[in-house]
Design a protein around this ligand. Sequence first.
Ligand code: SAH
Length: 363
Amino acid sequence: MSALGDEIKAMIASEGPITLERYMELALGHPEHGYYMGRDPFGAAGDFITAPEISQMFGELLGLWAAEVWASMGRPRPIRLIELGPGRGTMMSDALRAARIVPDFRSAIDVTLVETSPTLAEIQHETLLTSGAPVGWIPSLAEAPQGPAIVLANEFLDALPARQYVRSGGRWRERIVRLDKSGELEFAVTRESEPFILASGEEGDVLEVNPAAHRLVFELAGRLVKQGGVALFIDYGHAFTGLGNTLQAVRAHRMVDPLVDAGEADLTAHVDFAAMARSARAAGAAIYGPIDQGDFLRSIGIDGRTRALAERASPDRAAEFEVARQRLVGKNEGEMGAFFKVMAIANRAIAPPPGFEPDPPGS
Ligand code: SAH
């Protein structure tokens, strides 16, 4: 058992069961033993790999996308380029390098990284040391500097703590974590039920909500409406709200039991993009997408970028660019193109961002 697992057991033994939401919050964000706090989880030797770590093309294309968005905003100076959950800082580093071909944009950029993990912030610092851009770190979006902003978030919302309600005895009861007879962690549901959830469901159905993600998206959308700007969220999830348990724990590229070795595995839930869109619209913002990552990347030029890089590379390197492109845009099992979705939230005065159709009127 992990140090955090022991701590959670002791906490439950003295104070009673905790909600799944609280468990996830502790497993990922406990200041000492939380999953992201003391390690670099990315890459082949880590637990999982993300799009920016698969290829430099991902961040480069987002950098050029941001340059176009900036132009459509009327070229504000400075422009706050904010990234939520930047991991190793790879995406921002690639974006800033690509942005050099638009010098006016590049010189207007002021970077803010929103990161809770001191270990990852340290790695981001090293990655961005030679970027030449001013970079600041903050632990939460609320502290971000004011003004027109372009916000990027890849695999960020999935790391926010989810709440689950389980259909049990004809009612919705919240999922909790408690101790079983031998003192190990187990899932259960509350005795009290939630009278205000009106969804119908069959015994065992699971309804997931993510209050932290709702709060963040609502707050961010409100900022974009007031101060101008566009946010781009890229994540795995579903375009329509539905029932289902999407909680998953991943360690060393394998699915593991979410209750075993708390703090040692990445714990996530799929993003309900329709729910996020409702929050953003409620704050007065326009919504674009969600669309498949594959369609988004192709429409902002990944095919041409792959060819351009391949032409200048050795045959081996050229083949690697093509493999990476396929992994990012392909829609087969094991590829990211359809599994990952892209959604933009924007101030209504700004033209639809590159890669998206206009937001239908009256929506
Ligand atoms: N965007 C990166 C990393 C994704 S992993 C990539 O694509 O490679 C999730 C990132 O979000 C990590 O950097 C993690 O430390 C950070 N994070 C998780 N919860 C957070 C929170 N509540 N506030 C800010 N950052 C958070």
